[in-house]
Design a protein around this ligand. Structure first.
Ligand SMILES: Cc1ncc(COP(=O)(O)O)c(C=O)c1O
Length: 383
């Protein structure tokens, strides 16, 4: 359940969406980061069309050509430590698998997660999600042995990891928590602490992965090689899919039947996901995100210079945040009138997760709207 924007979207193409009245919007929200390769990319559309005429479902107890093809592709493009993958249907499910793997492989009972971190809302994933707003109603039933440390503070992590710690779970850049970029060297140190203390490192690339930050995987910015990695969102071009990748011996610690998913690895999602990977690589979308991200951030910094209401601009690639001194809900709703769909992260951060196929001209149009909205905001607040 989400609080709703008062529009009904019926069509999408690239970085554009249309509502039922035919009004066009530039999509700076990107479906919370799902539409990495843009809406209805023709190669994904064709892959889905072709596959749905052949075979839509195939249970995981039977082998399937499309699943095999996708597994080979995903293992080939993810960090080389990760040799095996479990397929499921969402981000939270991917995190569930990662946490079960850590607990089973190590036989230990604790997990260390990050303050302001977000990993989903199923009971296991919720245990590692920091925000009390989400945890409090379920505090009696979530996993009790998760400790939270400040994101960016390696010393706090070193002190908190104990002999009972199975894993550390971290987003390379925190999305939901406000687009928080770690201090340089932090993630490398997190990896060192995990290695030193014999603890698994779970990297949640659900929002940062697939080129979003200007490299295929955000952990590559800091040369981090996780033991377990979580993917979802845009991996299948918009078709639901989650993936948990792990070192061979870690994945093998789960015995047959200990973790399963009826829909996981279905041929339709796998065909869409293989086409998505082909698009990402052949259209050089990570490189594009790096270049356009620099442009986007520069433009936003221009707005920061112009408007007092803007407190900070931060980002990497096309994962960008603009922190306001005030609540951004008003801006979000007014943007719709101007044909721009925005997203927030917390009360006062605008989070930009546009499709990586967005054009410079579309970014520029969005910036012009933002300038208008910030002018109105300062006028309304008498700044
Ligand atoms: C970093 C991260 N992990 C996990 C999730 C949960 O994914 P889902 O909503 O598909 O369960 C999200 C979703 O926003 C996310 O950003």
């Amino acid at each position: 359940m989400y609080s709703k924007y008062p529009i009904t979207i019926v069509k999408g193409k690239g970085a554009l969406l249309w509502d039922k009245e035919g009004k066009e919007y530039i999509d700076f929200m990107g479906g919370y980061g799902v539409s990495i390769i843009g809406h209805c990319h023709p190669r994904v559309v064709n892959a889905i069309k072709e596959q749905c005429e052949k075979l839509i479902t195939c249970h995981g107890s039977l082998y399937n050509d499309k699943r095999a093809e996708f597994l080979e592709k995903i293992v080939n493009i993810t960090p080389k430590t990760l040799e095996k993958a479990f397929l499921c249907n969402s981000g939270a499910e991917s995190v569930e698998c990662a946490l079960k793997l850590a607990l089973k492989y190590t036989g230990k009972t604790e997990v260390v997660a990050m303050k302001r971190g977000y990993h989903g809302k199923t009971l296991g994933a919720l245990s590692a999600t920091w925000n009390m707003k989400y945890r409090k109603p379920f505090r009696q039933v979530i996993h009790p042995n998760v400790k939270f440390v400040p994101f960016g503070d390696a010393e706090a992590l070193r002190e908190t990891v104990s002999n009972n710690t199975a894993a550390v779970i971290v987003e390379p850049i925190q999305g939901e928590g406000g687009v928080n970029i770690p201090p340089n060297g932090y993630l490398t140190e997190v990896q060192e602490i995990c290695r030193e203390k014999d603890v698994l490192l779970i990297v949640d690339e659900i929002q940062t992965g697939l080129g979003r930050t200007g490299k295929l995987w955000a952990c590559q910015h800091w040369k981090v090689e996780p033991d377990v990695m979580c993917l979802a969102k845009g991996i299948a071009g918009g078709v639901p899919m989650g993936v948990t990748l792990a070192r061979r011996e870690v994945m093998d610690s789960l015995k047959v039947g200990e973790h399963t998913s009826t829909f996981g690895g279905n041929p339709l999602a796998c065909a869409a996901a293989s086409a998505t990977i082909d698009v990402l690589i052949s259209e050089k979308l990570p490189e594009r995100a790096a270049e356009l991200g620099n442009f986007f951030i520069e433009e936003l910094r221009g707005l920061q210079d112009e408007f007092k209401v803007v407190r900070d601009v931060r980002g990497l690639g096309l994962m960008v945040g603009l922190e306001s001194r005030f609540d951004v809900r008003n801006i979000l709703m007014k943007a719709l009138d101007y044909g721009l769909i925005l997203l927030y992260a917390g009360r006062n951060v605008l989070r930009f997760l546009p499709p990586l196929v967005i054009s410079r001209e579309q970014i520029q149009r969005g910036i012009t709207v933002l300038r208008e909205l910030l002018t109105e905001e300062e006028k309304a607040r008498k700044i």
